[in-house]
Design a protein around this ligand. Structure first.
Ligand SMILES: [Zn+2]
Length: 635
């Protein structure tokens, strides 16, 4: 319905720009060059040949360069209310600016500081929301929109005190990626343009607000907090969390925010954060976002982490007590380069964010914890990739995607992460590490504070790595092809080989005594449980459980895979702990395999629905939207 019209519109725009450029005009480029906070030249959205199909905005004609939020967060009403002021750059001198909104009440629109503006809401699209069309002139500098969020918001998660660690105060956080920001702020909802932002946020005085920006380190009496993000970011990185928060520094530029009762544990778990930033800088250049802090959220957070700049949002399921799951922090930190500094132009190019980040994450882990450790991570990633490939439809198996009519969240599979990783690992192997590192460092530097398409990357790769070093690489097969190419790098882990030997002995001897697990890391345990044979019996599971107490594991990764295997093998002594886990934890990565395993049998599905009825209200939209579909659940 909406798409054909939009596509024609986009095609016309791209034709216009192509012919414009072919005339050799440089004014467009000159106008689009802006000074960033760091004094670097950037070029914003200048390549119009690939346009984002997940926005209804006319960002190619007129775009926001800065936005200011003035909002109040009401827990009584579960509502954010206030105004957003967009500073515009009217590239093509048009008379209308279009913003994306979804499930927002628009209360009024003015321009240039108070002149009433004509505006209208366009046709609602289930995937993309409702365009807000505001009449402007080519001279209009700012548009102010007064608005409030509604119950239909997809970005906001409102938690009752009972859903927090402290149980006394409510909590709220946002999740912007992929296209959710439009459901808490009217924005041009595309990663293709970058904005700076500032904010004034009013919250109850017992709580503290933090954002993906310069942050307070303690509560103040007024409940009013001011924020500034001087580096330009794509709008999916706009983020806010409000709760009973405290801060603990790790070193001079890193630290952790969380609820008071969790602060000590979190600070212990994340003690290596400062070292991680230094290791990352050594690899691929200076950290350009000033501070790197992490907020550990309540367990409903749907992801492992979200790389909101300056302030990674993280799940508490990484707090294992033994620092064994901190690769996630290395991952989110790596996004400070891949994703936040160099951003995918559209969600079809999502692998440019994630594949690079997984590669970078593992390089950070290697420099801190060694190659053996990192090879275990890479092999677990390879297993994830193979599992995903066996489940994913062919069209979703390529790095470059075509997500038209699909939600960008569909791109969030191991294809982007792990196939992307192995492609880069192959490039490293073929070019040699020194050459590849020099290439990557230059790639980040030359594209910082810009967006990039897959096609632009491939061209850059050819010009700067493949041709200069005379390499032969099947780039097209990796980027545009289905499945995993034959020349995927093989990872060998001696530690995992020993685990596999233990598994064999266990089945042969019928005894758990042969399993020498006293020095196993979390990753060895994951490898072990993943490789239990399909015909494992409930009594064999019971033997393992009795010796190693896996049902009671406080490690969320181990618990999740153990529960999944237990469901598959009919070992139901886990039922109580499984239910508690599903009610407490909202991380989609754990929920999907568990609900899928349960739903494989009629009795299991009944169990799944009964648990889900109790658990659903604890999940963020991102998670319950996926599980609604999985279980055919009608809310
Ligand atoms: Zn990531």
């Amino acid at each position: 319905m909406l798409y054909p019209m939009k596509l024609i519109q986009l095609l016309l725009a791209s034709l216009f720009v192509v012919s414009f450029n072919s005339c050799g005009e440089n004014t467009e480029n000159a106008e689009n060059n802006e000074e960033t906070a760091d004094g670097n030249q950037e070029t914003v959205a200048e390549d119009m040949s690939v346009l984002d199909e997940h926005t209804l905005s006319n960002y190619f004609d007129v775009k926001t360069t800065h936005l200011h939020l003035d909002i109040a967060v009401s827990f009584e009403e579960k509502k954010i209310k206030g105004s957003v002021t967009h500073t515009l750059e009217n590239v093509n001198g048009v008379n209308e600016v279009i913003f994306d909104t979804k499930a927002l009440n628009i209360l009024g629109v003015t321009t240039d500081g108070g002149n009433p503006a004509n505006y209208e809401m366009g046709e609602y699209d289930e995937l993309l929301g409702t365009p807000l069309k505001v009449e402007i002139t080519p001279e209009t500098k700012t548009v102010e929109i007064e608005y409030e969020t509604t119950e239909g918001t997809e970005a906001l998660d409102w938690l009752m005190p009972a859903q927090t660690a402290g149980k006394q105060q409510p909590f709220m956080y946002t999740q912007g990626q992929s296209i959710f920001t439009r459901s808490w702020i009217p924005v041009q909802g595309t990663p293709a343009i970058r904005i700076t932002y500032s904010a004034r946020v009013q919250v109850p005085t017992s709580l503290m607000a933090v954002m993906s920006a310069s942050n307070p380190v303690q509560k103040n009496e007024t409940g009013i907090y001011s924020f500034d993000m001087p580096q330009p970011i794509p709008c999916y990185l706009l983020a806010l969390a409000v709760g009973d928060l405290e801060f603990a520094p790790i070193d001079y530029r890193t630290g952790v925010y969380t609820e008071p009762s969790m602060l000590e544990d979190c600070a212990y778990e994340l003690a290596d954060m400062g070292k991680m930033v230094s290791a990352a800088e050594k690899l691929y250049g200076k950290y350009l976002w000033d501070r790197y802090d992490v907020i550990v959220l309540p367990p409903s957070f749907p992801f492992g982490g979200m790389e909101n700049p300056r302030l990674t949002f993280a799940t508490p399921t990484i707090i294992a007590g033994d620092r064994s799951l901190v690769a996630l922090i290395a991952h989110e930190l790596a996004h400070s380069w891949s994703g936040n500094l160099v951003t995918n132009s559209t969600w079809n190019d999502f692998w440019l964010n994630e594949g690079f980040t997984v590669y970078f994450e593992r390089r950070i882990m290697e420099s801190l914890y060694g190659k053996d450790y990192t090879d275990m991570l890479a092999l677990l990633g390879y297993q994830d990739l193979m599992r995903t490939m066996s489940e994913e439809e062919p069209a979703m198996q390529s790095l470059k995607l075509n997500l038209i009519n699909k939600h960008p969240d569909d791109a969030m599979s191991d294809v982007a992460y792990e196939k992307g990783y192995f492609f880069l690992r192959l490039l490293e192997q073929v070019a040699g590490r020194d050459n590849f590192d020099a290439f990557l460092k230059a790639y980040f530097d030359e594209h910082k504070f810009q967006t990039i398409t897959t096609e632009e990357f491939v061209e850059y790769l050819n010009t700067n790595l493949i041709q200069p070093h005379n390499l032969t690489v099947n780039v097209d097969e990796w980027v545009y092809g289905e499945g995993v190419p034959e020349n995927c790098p093989k990872v060998v882990s001696t530690r995992f080989n020993a685990v596999e030997a233990s598994i064999e002995q266990f089945y042969q001897s019928g005894s758990v005594e042969s399993i020498q697990a006293s020095d196993w890391t979390t990753h060895e345990w994951l490898h072990f449980i993943r490789h239990l044979k399909d015909n494992t019996t409930p009594s064999q599971m019971a033997m393992l459980d009795e010796k190693f107490h896996l049902t009671q594991s406080g490690n969320s990764e181990i618990a999740a895979i153990w529960f999944e295997k237990s469901i598959n093998f009919g070992y139901d002594s886990i039922d109580k702990e499984l239910e508690a886990f599903l009610i407490k934890v909202g991380r989609r990565k754990f929920l999907m395999p568990l609900y899928t395993a349960l739903a494989a049998t009629p009795e299991g599905k009944e169990k799944a629905l009964a648990i889900y009825a109790k658990a659903r209200s604890n999940y963020h939209y991102v998670s319950f939207n996926s599980i609604d579909q999985l279980l055919g659940y009608q809310p």
